[in-house]
Ligand binder design. Structure first.
Ligand SMILES: Nc1nc2c(c(=O)[nH]1)N[C@H]1C(S)=C(S)[C@@H](COP(=O)(O)OP(=O)(O)OC[C@H]3O[C@@H](n4cnc5c(N)ncnc54)[C@H](O)[C@@H]3O)O[C@H]1N2
Ligand code: MOO
Length: 350
């Protein structure tokens, strides 16, 4: 029942059986705003100028005109329809789970934020299924991304001002189907365990003191930023036998993880991959399809995760180590297919 032939002040639109009636801003004094109104001043401000529920007063009129509003809506919601804020909120409540917190509706949007440092668990299947429905939108970070307290993990949004409740019920159905099947919400954050690592730094140039060690501080900082520690660091020359012995020493100490740095590439003095294998490691992969970090080795030595860390981990903030370390800390068993999948989207720097 769109009435475009009527004067603007009387114009109304019907969505499902709800009605949106347009009122000229000059006639809107005393009226309650039906939704948040946004102002954008590039480089200065983007946000809510007026909040849903605000009662319009005379001095609002020039401000409303400044943001391009000549008319405001009066909403008469029909049974079975939802206001954008309520739709976005119900979606977020249905989707958000462990270690997430849901924000207040804002301009038809609700954010789901992380409460902890952890690994985002995002079901791509659920996200795509929801975005196929139309009229509603769900944007998320990538699955397995490290998030910090307060980081956004997802945001829900209603596209029109009024959304059929059926759409939201379908979101709720998809979310609860996922929860029943996987025992976790489709959008959640998995905590990281605190692990103690043994760190072996190889390289004759470092062992003999020709150059100062730069790997130790870098690896310690990476672990500490995720709540773990390097419990002990030791040094070895580029000698396979010594490296094997040092790895076995760490194993005996009962550390949760063993890290070996340097000597991971193609030179004759690069003894680390051979030594890790000789120590008895079940190698999941030597080589990862990600740059930087392509020469990384990952395996398990009697169940203990062991990494061979190539040179770039020393100086690059985001390498294959920064992808795999949080997976290990989250308690995942890393398999070959996890490594295979790192190549798609894995080019960060070369
Ligand atoms: N021809 C090829 N060259 C390179 C390849 C390749 O496949 N073919 N791979 C490249 C990649 S990727 C990496 S990463 C680097 C280095 O790999 P390595 O792990 O073998 O590193 P190193 O040879 O042991 O050392 C390289 C460089 O870094 C210095 N270093 C090592 N450890 C320390 C330390 N603890 N503190 C300070 N500095 C350290 C070392 O002295 C060397 O200057 O290889 C590429 N090349
Ligand atoms: O393993 Mo290299 O570290 O890709 O740069």
């Amino acid at each position: 029942m769109a009435g475009s032939e009527l004067p603007a002040s009387n114009r109304s639109t019907t969505i499902s059986s709800s009605t949106l009636r347009e009122v000229k801003v000059e006639d809107a004094v005393g009226m309650v705003l039906a939704h948040d109104l946004t102002q954008i001043v590039p480089g200065e401000f983007k946000g809510r100028l007026f909040r849903k529920g605000h009662v319009v007063v005379g001095e609002d009129i020039p401000k409303l005109k400044d943001i391009g509003k000549e008319h405001l809506y009066v909403i008469e919601l029909a049974e079975g329809d939802l206001h954008e804020d309520d739709a976005a909120l119900r979606m977020a409540v249905a989707l958000g789970g462990d270690n997430t917190v849901i924000g207040e509706p804002h301009e038809g949007k609700v954010s789901v934020k992380s409460e902890i440092t952890g690994l985002a668990n995002i079901s791509r299947e659920v996200v795509d299924g929801i975005n196929r429905l139309g009229e509603i939108a769900l944007a998320t970070v990538l699955h397995q991304r490290v998030v910090r307290p307060g980081d956004g993990v997802a945001a829900t949004r209603a596209i029109p001002l009024i959304v059929s409740e059926q759409k939201v019920k379908e979101v709720e159905r998809l979310a609860s189907e996922y929860r029943n099947k996987h025992g976790i919400a489709p959008i959640s954050v998995r905590p990281l365990r605190s692990m103690k690592a043994g760190l072996l730094t190889t390289g004759t140039e470092v062992f003999t003191g020709r150059i100062a060690d730069k790997f130790g501080p870098a690896v310690k900082a990476k672990l500490e930023s995720l709540g773990s520690v390097v419990a002990e660091q030791r040094f070895a020359p580029d000698d396979r036998h010594t490296i094997v012995n040092e790895i076995h020493y760490f194993l005996k100490q009962g550390y949760d993880m063993i890290l070996v740095t340097g000597g991971m590439s193609v030179d004759p003095d690069d003894r680390t991959p051979g030594a890790i294998a000789e120590a008895g490691t079940d190698i999941v992969s030597y080589g990862t399809p990600m740059l930087p970090g392509s020469m990384l080795l990952f395996g398990y030595l009697r169940g203990v995760p062991i990494f061979g860390l190539p040179g770039c981990v020393m100086h690059d903030p985001y390498t294959s180590f920064d992808v795999l370390l949080p997976r290990v800390l989250a308690g995942d068993t890393v398999v070959k297919e996890d490594i295979v999948e790192m190549g798609y989207g894995g080019l960060h720097r070369c």
